[in-house]
Design a protein around this ligand. Structure first.
Ligand code: NAD
Length: 356
């Protein structure tokens, strides 16, 4: 039986394919924009400049100021630059940090954002913004920050190092996992989630083996697109809550933290989410427990599998548990102190996830 559901489509245009960056000037012109500010992180300044050069006179400038979790100071600097340069839109080139900076400008200035993603984080497909002030990250949903147009060019991802390719890809898979058991899941989103996990799990070993393999890069980015769309359409649960707490309280790296926690969070929720488990088992090759399959995938990719190796002190487990159980949120299985403590201890030590 198909359960009742509500599905809202998000208005957005996607251009996909190797070489599609060449279509960016048309994309900008088609939106009626004539002075866009290019945003990127300092490490990707050369890519940002490449994009600005391709845009010619339609580029108002390049601001290489994006930082993880969008510190308020960087948001303010980007807003000031946009105003000073008379920008009528932003092109955010990079990972979730660059896209997040574009969203911060859109939030206050209402400028349209065109996203050119170079990681698999998925922010480009969501109306979710984040801003960090005084060490505290606030997030919210606002239709104004949803990029109007997204250009996926796998050629821009070949420089993503193997380690970050693996963890960023598993970060994307995490969106699909939680979308499959979300309170606002819907049949079309579940199809996208299953296909996104299948595409990424199949592509990531090839991407890590040879980062210049454009076919594998394209398959991984296709999966990341689908998983990002799932993130944009559904409400996340325990896994994302835990990663948010670990990132915010301990400054652990984003994609790596997702990679370590995901098998454990899925194992915790699996008994209460049989449809999600069946979809993930299909996506991951049909056999066995999907939580264990994801843990094994991380191992095969050489990705971290313990919070200890990410620098988390064991003594911090209690604090993270407090944060994760502090306020109520939707989760398929009741979130208990004992349950989350056991989950985090296993993730900290790098043990395999609990058997389902
Ligand atoms: P990131 O954007 O910080 O990128 C990580 C590093 O990789 C940076 O140094 C960057 O310059 C570099 N990099 C990116 N692409 C590269 C490439 N192709 N080649 C070489 N280097 C490259 O990290 P991320 O994991 O993409 O994004 C994480 C941030 O995004 C977090 O702040 C997270 O909270 C946010 N996020 C938000 C949403 C949302 O919906 N709002 C969704 C996912 C992530």
């Amino acid at each position: 039986m198909t359960p009742a559901f509500v599905y809202s489509a998000l208005p957005m245009r996607v251009r996909f394919g190797a070489g599609s960056l060449a279509g960016l000037p048309d994309e900008v012109a088609g939106l009626g924009l004539s002075r866009v500010l290019v945003l990127c992180s300092p490490e990707q300044q050369a890519t940002g400049q490449l994009v600005a050069d391709a845009l010619g006179s339609r580029a108002a400038g390049v601001l290489p100021g994006a930082r993880m979790h969008v510190p308020i100071e960087t948001a303010q600097a980007a807003r000031d630059s946009a105003r000073r340069l008379g920008a009528d839109g932003c092109v955010a080139v990079g990972g979730g940090s660059a896209v997040g900076l574009g969203k911060a400008v859109a939030l206050t200035h209402g400028l349209p954002v065109i996203a050119v993603p170079t990681t698999y984080a998925g922010s480009e497909m969501t109306p979710i913004w984040g801003l960090t002030e005084g060490g505290v990250k606030r997030t919210g949903r606002d239709p104004r920050v949803l990029p109007v147009s997204v250009l996926y060019d796998p050629a821009l991802t070949v420089s993503l190092p193997p380690g970050l390719s693996a963890t960023s890809g598993i970060n994307a898979i995490a969106h699909a996992v939680e979308g499959l058991y979300a309170p606002d899941a819907s049949p079309i989103i579940s199809l996208m989630a299953e296909e996104g996990v299948r595409a990424l799990a199949a592509a990531l070993p090839a991407v890590v083996a040879d980062g210049t393999d454009l076919d594998a890069r394209g398959d991984a980015q296709y999966g990341a697109w689908l998983c990002g769309a799932v993130l944009g359409a559904t409400t996340m649960s325990l896994h994302h809550k835990l990663c948010h707490a670990l990132g915010g309280a301990l400054d652990l790296p984003h994609a790596q933290t997702h990679t370590v926690v995901l098998p454990h969070a899925l194992a915790y929720n699996a008994p209460a989410a049989p449809r999600a488990v069946a979809a993930l088992a299909r996506a991951l090759g049909g056999a066995g427990d999907p939580a264990h399959a994801l843990w094994a995938l991380a191992g095969r990719l050489g990705a971290p599998r313990s919070l200890r190796e990410l620098g988390m002190p064991e003594a911090a487990v209690g604090r993270i548990v407090d944060l994760a159980i502090g306020s109520p949120y939707a989760n398929p299985r009741p979130v208990t102190r004992d349950g989350v403590t056991a989950l985090l201890r296993a993730a900290w030590a790098g043990e395999p996830p609990a058997a389902g």
